[in-house]
Design a protein around this ligand. Structure first.
Ligand SMILES: Cc1cc2nc3c(=O)[nH]c(=O)nc-3n(C[C@H](O)[C@H](O)[C@H](O)COP(=O)(O)O)c2cc1C
Length: 216
């Protein structure tokens, strides 16, 4: 099946935050949509391996910070490529507790606070349906998934529903590449680097070290 049509679906980007027994935790998602308009319900798709997935199931409340083009891009590195199981992703960040959920301060397009209603099992991912219990407006320009790919040059990690594996042999006969140009893929986030890698090289997207890069 040609999955290119799926890549035309548009998304935004969000930090979903919750309480892990009083400790803030959360992750990046691109899958959020409004399900109903009156007394609104929203839905988010969460990979079952994400720590945030389990924390939301326990706490049953979460916040959504709608990322803006002006938002601190390091939020994506911390919340999208690291796991909150053994570290506090909110450490060093300014946030407040609202309705028992962590709400990040800084430039965003707005915040939505939600209460979990029910969960739909979808193999690798659960879809969480949740009632909106409060909103906090902000005036940033919402960051689209396309902006993330085209301007920030970011990719989706394996746990994102929209993850697409990089082909093992991306060099096609139609587009020959000079033999001398080496290409490496970051095994954490899928970022492709062209050219030599120095020993102290770090992935510009997820900050993974040189040892996480494999030549392709
Ligand atoms: C651009 C982007 C989009 C993502 N979208 C989703 C998503 O929609 N659902 C999801 O479960 N994970 C998504 N992820 C992956 C999680 O953010 C990532 O696996 C994170 O490290 C999980 O952290 P946790 O284990 O602390 O929950 C996305 C990551 C990025 C960078």
């Amino acid at each position: 099946m040609d999955i290119n049509a799926l890549r035309q679906i548009t998304y935004g980007l969000y930090v979903v935050g919750t309480s892990d027994n009083g400790r803030p935790t959360g992750c990046i998602i691109n899958t959020c949509f409004q399900v109903t308009s009156e007394n609104p319900i929203v839905a988010i798709s969460m990979n079952k391996n994400n720590y945030t997935h389990d924390a939301i199931l326990r706490h049953r409340r979460f916040s959504l910070a709608i990322l803006a083009e002006e938002s601190d891009a390091s939020l994506i590195t911390t919340f999208g490529f690291q796991c909150g199981r053994d570290r506090n992703k909110y450490e060093g960040r300014d946030y407040s507790w609202q309705h028992d959920t962590p709400v990040l301060k800084g430039k965003f397009a707005g915040h939505i606070i939600c209460e979990l209603l029910h969960v739909a099992d979808n193999e690798t991912h659960d879809v969480f349906f949740a009632r909106v219990i409060d909103t906090l407006p902000d005036d940033g320009t919402p960051m689209t998934y396309a902006y993330y790919h085209q301007v920030i040059k970011g990719r989706a990690p394996k746990n994102a529903p929209t993850y697409v594996a990089e082909p093992e042999t991306p060099n096609t006969p139609e587009t020959p590449r000079p033999q001398s140009t080496k290409r490496y893929v970051c095994e954490v986030c899928g970022y492709i680097h062209e050219g030599e890698l120095t020993d102290d090289f770090k992935c510009p997207v997820c900050q993974a070290p040189r040892s996480c890069f494999k030549e392709i």
